[in-house]
Design a protein around this ligand. Structure first.
Ligand SMILES: *[C@@H]1O[C@H](CO)[C@@H](O)[C@H](O)[C@H]1NC(C)=O
Ligand SMILES: *[C@@H]1O[C@H](CO)[C@@H](O)[C@H](O)[C@H]1NC(C)=O
Ligand SMILES: *[C@@H]1O[C@H](CO)[C@@H](O)[C@H](O)[C@H]1NC(C)=O
Ligand SMILES: *[C@@H]1O[C@H](CO)[C@@H](O)[C@H](O)[C@H]1NC(C)=O
Ligand SMILES: *[C@@H]1O[C@H](CO)[C@@H](O)[C@H](O)[C@H]1NC(C)=O
Ligand SMILES: *[C@@H]1O[C@H](CO)[C@@H](O)[C@H](O)[C@H]1NC(C)=O
Ligand SMILES: *[C@@H]1O[C@H](CO)[C@@H](O)[C@H](O)[C@H]1NC(C)=O
Ligand SMILES: *[C@@H]1O[C@H](CO)[C@@H](O)[C@H](O)[C@H]1NC(C)=O
Ligand SMILES: *[C@@H]1O[C@H](CO)[C@@H](O)[C@H](O)[C@H]1NC(C)=O
Ligand SMILES: *[C@@H]1O[C@H](CO)[C@@H](O)[C@H](O)[C@H]1NC(C)=O
Ligand SMILES: *[C@@H]1O[C@H](CO)[C@@H](O)[C@H](O)[C@H]1NC(C)=O
Ligand SMILES: *[C@@H]1O[C@H](CO)[C@@H](O)[C@H](O)[C@H]1NC(C)=O
Length: 609
């Protein structure tokens, strides 16, 4: 009997849904994502889904709130994005905002896949997210995102675009009813500075995405390992700092890229319709043909992934607000402030169809308007190193994939702030141990991604500022499928998914440190027929601990079979957390430098005094 290869193939999501969900050969059916059957006998109240995350720190002021868009996303697949005119707040008593929050609220009812969607303002992506899968009794969920870093963009007239490719027919009945709002929180009266303006936010944000009109999202689609998608842009000649914020999501054959099998295993076993190219992927970003950095993405699991019952009501880490990744471009700025056209390009190592990628270029401008100049001094690349140990007999075996890379770029930019030398370094490490057993019906994946970034800016006064981020993404996925002999399968899955990040901002002798540990464990069983979950149960436990210089936050929450079993929230810092804060800071740097570069370091300290 042919093995029901592979468990995971079942979860390849049709974010590009089929135009008609007609019966397909089995191997193709395995490429569809799962949805649960509506259960008419279940509790008739509406289920609220949520992602565990820390609250947005808000000033004690009354926000000016605006509804940007109400839309019912029915059959929207391959239709143009929904557009709306955006104007900055005009009737708000204050024009000085400390915080700006985007709110996405949606309801749905019936049966529907999880759908990827994006929200763009002037082509700049504000939110990448995935819808929750509805129930027959109805669901509701809200996503709130701090969008203060897009301050300058939000102060100008723009076009809002939302793409959510949904298919509605007699089988897939869920329509998404969506409200998008923005809340502007005025800076506190008496506060001597405007956090947003003096903080991290850039003077100009350029879209590195596809231009409207489109019958799709504004993201680029990377379809294979040789596909390169690019965008031309031009930046003002008085730019002194630039950061590229990259948005990434993966779908269809690469939705579960970390479970994809090595090609030698696939060919030796004559498998067809099984996603391959092994379990390693990376997004590469180049500027005018030079590699400027990479993204080794967090393994977001969408709401229909692995077992949809795991994500009701606690959704997977990052699934409602996919992380974006910053790449410091400042070392390369010298070659781009020449008033000419330049080009960013994206590719994905080992990619299978399809990756959605775009970016926002955050640019800081010299207020004196003077032309800046600069030069890349050096670049040290430790190219991708891949090691693969493949050990299998027939459909059983084990595979160890290890990869590493580093990119370090040093360049100077001279502006009215002085001649600042910036060293931007990324260091990556990846290991994936995969076991295949039970003639291909059992798969165990144990993976760790290390993603370290540092930016060091050497100031003219020979003092320095830095931002460092150490990210670690662990993943453990056990899955076993048993063929029931009538076209249905029993699946057992155990999952551990973690997102950990430690951040340090330093200037002179001052430090601001934060730490996030976010871990989910989940266990599920289900009976699957086609792409429908006929029955089953999912349980999820999550522990979230954030320690910051301004506040700490924890939440532990567990659910099973749609019911919350426990939920503890608090603001106690973890025992071993020691925020280190410097006090010699104001003295160590001249005023213009303090305000101009990596400014949040100083704001954080100011608040703590
Ligand atoms: C339905 O669910 C809600 C909240 O989940 C609960 O408070 C209520 O008791 C449930 N009702 C029934 C009839 O099970
Ligand atoms: C922005 O849009 C508003 C409303 O359409 C219009 O009145 C205003 O003149 C526009 N502002 C600019 C700077 O174009
Ligand atoms: C990769 O994708 C690009 C873009 O769709 C296509 O032009 C190219 O032919 C593909 N290459 C291979 C080897 O399939
Ligand atoms: C794969 O196909 C080849 C050629 O048809 C055949 O010789 C070989 O035995 C097949 N291998 C397996 C594992 O089915
Ligand atoms: C290959 O796998 C077999 C079965 O799991 C194991 O006994 C053997 O030690 C492995 N060999 C290597 C070199 O890892
Ligand atoms: C800026 O500093 C760098 C590094 O010290 C130096 O190589 C470069 O010549 C300086 N540029 C100017 C315009 O002084
Ligand atoms: C840049 O920073 C990295 C990481 O901190 C360091 O290893 C490297 O030596 C620095 N390069 C230069 C030229 O200072
Ligand atoms: C990332 O940083 C951590 C903490 O300093 C270190 O233990 C780890 O080896 C680094 N990883 C890479 C790939 O550089
Ligand atoms: C990379 O990962 C491998 C396997 O986990 C480990 O042996 C190695 O020390 C790591 N390297 C760094 C620089 O973290
Ligand atoms: C298939 O068979 C299994 C076990 O024999 C049974 O539990 C299940 O109800 C059947 N499923 C369908 C959809 O017929
Ligand atoms: C899966 O999780 C359950 C519940 O935590 C546990 O009892 C079981 O041993 C786990 N199985 C595997 C293979 O990890
Ligand atoms: C899950 O809950 C439903 C109703 O709320 C109940 O009928 C079912 O038996 C429960 N399943 C398990 C495995 O506890």
């Amino acid at each position: 009997m042919a093995p029901s290869l592979l468990l995971f193939s079942l979860f390849f999501l049709l974010h590009h849904p089929l135009s008609s969900p007609s019966p397909l050969p089995r191997s193709t059916l395995f490429k569809s994502n799962l949805l649960s059957l509506p259960n008419p006998s279940s509790n008739t109240s509406i289920t609220t889904y949520f992602e565990v995350t820390k609250p947005i720190e808000l000033p004690h002021t009354k926000p000016c709130s605006y509804l940007l868009l109400h839309h019912d996303f029915a059959y929207t697949y391959t239709k143009p994005p929904v557009l709306a005119n955006y104007t900055p707040p005009s009737n708000c008593p204050s024009q000085n905002f400390a915080k700006i929050v985007l709110e996405w609220k949606a309801t749905s009812k019936g049966r529907q896949f999880d759908r990827i969607f994006g929200v763009w303002l002037g082509g700049v992506e504000l939110l990448r997210s995935c819808t929750a899968e509805p129930r027959s009794t109805g669901i509701i969920w809200t996503v709130e995102k701090d969008i203060t870093r897009y301050y300058s963009l939000l102060m100008t007239n723009q076009t809002l675009a939302v793409y959510l490719g949904n298919v509605v027919n007699s089988i897939y009945t869920g329509i998404y009813h969506v409200d998008i709002k923005v809340h502007f929180y005025p800076a506190q009266v008496g506060s001597s500075y405007n956090e947003a303006k003096l903080g991290d936010s850039a003077d100009l944000i350029l879209p590195i995405s596809r231009n409207l009109p489109l019958n799709d999202g504004l993201w680029f689609e990377i379809e294979n390992s040789t596909d390169v998608e690019s965008k031309k842009f031009e930046i003002p000649q008085n730019a002194y700092r630039a950061v590229l914020e990259v948005y990434v999501s993966f779908h269809e054959n690469d939705e579960f890229w970390y479970t994809n099998l090595p090609n030698d295993y696939i060919s030796a076993n004559n498998l067809t319709g099984t996603a391959g190219n092994g379990p390693f992927r990376e997004v590469l970003v180049s500027l005018d043909g030079t590699l400027v950095g990479a993204v080794w993405p967090f393994t977001v699991i969408y709401t229909g992934g692995v077992n949809p019952l795991l994500w009701r009501p606690i959704t997977g880490i990052g699934s409602f607000d996919l992380p974006s990744y910053d790449i410091e471009i400042t070392p390369f700025l010298g070659s781009t402030v020449d008033g000419k056209i330049h080009e960013f390009a994206f590719s994905v190592t080992n990619a299978l169809n399809v990756w959605y990628i775009d970016a926002n270029l955050h640019v800081w401008l010299d207020k004196t308007g003077a032309h800046t100049e600069g030069q890349l001094l050096s670049q040290t690349l430790l190219p991708l190193v891949v090691s693969l140990v493949s050990n299998f007999t027939g459909l059983n075996g084990n595979f160890l994939t290890g990869c590493s890379r580093s990119v370090s770029s040093v360049g100077w930019v001279k502006s009215s702030l002085g001649n600042i030398t910036t060293n931007s370094t990324q260091a990556f490490n990846f290991s994936n141990f995969m076991v295949m057993g039970n003639d291909g019906n059992l798969q165990i994946v144990n993976q760790i991604i290390d993603f370290n970034d540092s930016v060091h800016a050497l100031m003219p006064t020979s003092s320095s500022q830095s931002i460092e981020s150490f990210k670690r993404f662990p993943l453990y996925l056990y899955s076993d499928s048993v063929d029931q002999g009538n076209g249905s399968y029993n699946f057992v899955t155990n999952l551990t998914l973690g997102f950990n990040e430690e951040r340090t901002k330093a200037a002179g002798s001052g430090f601001v440190v934060s730490s996030l540990k976010n871990l989910q464990n989940a266990q599920g069983i289900m009976l699957v027929k086609g792409n429908l979950v006929v029955s089953g149960v999912g349980s999820t436990q999550q522990a979230y601990q954030y320690d910051g210089s301004k506040f700490c936050y924890f939440r532990t929450v567990g659910s099973s079979n749609y019911t919350i079993l426990y939920d503890k929230v608090g603001n106690i810092c973890s025992k071993n957390f020691r925020p280190r804060v410097g006090f010699g800071l104001a003295k160590s740097l001249p005023f213009p430098a303090r305000r101009a570069y990596l400014t949040s370091v100083f704001l954080d300290n100011k608040k703590l005094h």
